[in-house]
Design a protein around this ligand. Structure first.
Ligand SMILES: [Ca+2]
Ligand SMILES: [Ca+2]
Length: 333
């Protein structure tokens, strides 16, 4: 079990390549990365040195918009832990996971040329993403239609989960699990204001939580998730997108969207204690499934204020290179 302290790209790259299970690499400064970082080993911890919030800037590969060379941190190994980092301006994903049982926590992904953090490939299973923020990612090369905050899509494996993450102001969706027949679990996640071309220069069809695609199966399990302010290029806070999976939503909240919940195609849909207000078009839900409409405007204002204040603080922290980490919202009673 070795520990390494790195402050340059060449050192970071070589130590990540040399590390073995049990090793920890501490990043002690912001680093201009001249190419990607490949984490192919397993059992390695890649983390910020105490007291430092390293910004890993991949502007040097921002013009690589196709193939994997434009990915900032490319995790093909398993059982790794990545924490405390800001990953920005890669040409493709900020971070992509193709391995299993990795944990990414307390990180920020921003200004990348595709989805901030993506999990894809059948080998990508049982990964946990905790307390991360992903914002203002935009695929300018393809007019904004692909860059989501987080995506667990394109045949990703089983058991991937997001806990306490936030996705906002991306050119496409907050979350996307397009073409994914396995399960994804979302707990305490928030998404807002995606798909606005006045923020990201290009916009696709920016919905909040996009949970599938035509004919795609797979469980989607969501608890205390919030979608708000979806009314730019996309309309839907929670969107099954013609997927036919088994969807379970507990204590979720949708407000200030055009459509709160469009989940009518699900093979099985269970919604328990889910709420909404100020969504201007009707939900699409199977018969027998209903959502509680909050009609008390004082209650609406108090929930909106609590969520908006927290989200504005998260954005401001991100722009000041401060990692927010876990938050608690007192809106669930
Ligand atoms: Ca998308
Ligand atoms: Ca979309």
């Amino acid at each position: 079990m070795s520990t390494y302290n790195v402050t340059t790209y060449s050192d970071l790259k070589s130590k990540v390549a040399a590390a073995v299970s049990g090793d920890t690499i501490y990043i002690g400064a912001s680093i201009t990365c001249t190419a990607q970082i490949v984490l192919s080993g397993s059992g390695i911890t890649l983390t910020a040195k105490s007291g430092v919030t390293p910004v890993l800037d991949f502007s040097a590969i921002s013009s690589i918009n196709s193939g994997s060379a434009g990915i900032g941190i490319y995790v093909t190994g398993s059982n790794n832990t990545i924490s405390g980092l800001i990953v920005q301006k890669a040409g493709d994903n900020g971070l992509k996971i193709e391995g299993a049982s990795n944990t990414v926590q307390n990180c920020i992904f921003r200004y990348n040329g595709d989805t901030g953090l993506q999990i894809s490939k059948s080998t990508a299973k049982n990964n946990t993403i905790k307390y991360c923020d992903s914002y203002r990612n935009c695929d300018s090369a393809t007019s904004g239609g692909n860059a989501d905050g987080f995506a667990c899509k394109l045949s990703a494996g089983i058991g991937n989960q997001f806990i306490g993450c936030r996705a906002f102001q991306n050119s496409d969706d907050g979350w996307d699990s397009y073409d994914m027949n396995n399960d994804v679990t979302y707990t305490d996640c928030i998404t807002w204001h995606n798909g606005d071309s006045s923020i990201t220069a290009y916009a696709g069809n920016g919905n909040g939580f996009k949970l599938g695609s035509k004919g795609a199966t797979g469980k989607r399990t969501m608890t205390r998730c919030i979608a708000w302010d979806t009314k730019y290029s996309g309309k839907k806070g929670f969107d099954q997108n013609n997927g036919v999976g088994v969807v379970t939503l507990t204590n979720c909240l949708s407000f200030d969207n055009v459509i709160g919940y469009q989940l009518d195609a699900a093979t099985s849909l269970t919604m328990t204690s889910c709420r909404e207000f100020n969504c201007t078009s009707s939900d699409s839900l199977p018969s027998g499934v209903s959502v509680t409409k909050i009609t008390d405007t004082t209650k609406q204002a108090s929930i909106r204020s609590a969520v908006k204040t927290a989200c504005n603080k998260i954005l401001s922290n991100c722009e000041n290179n401060i990692i927010t980490g876990a938050i608690t919202l007192d809106i669930w009673s």
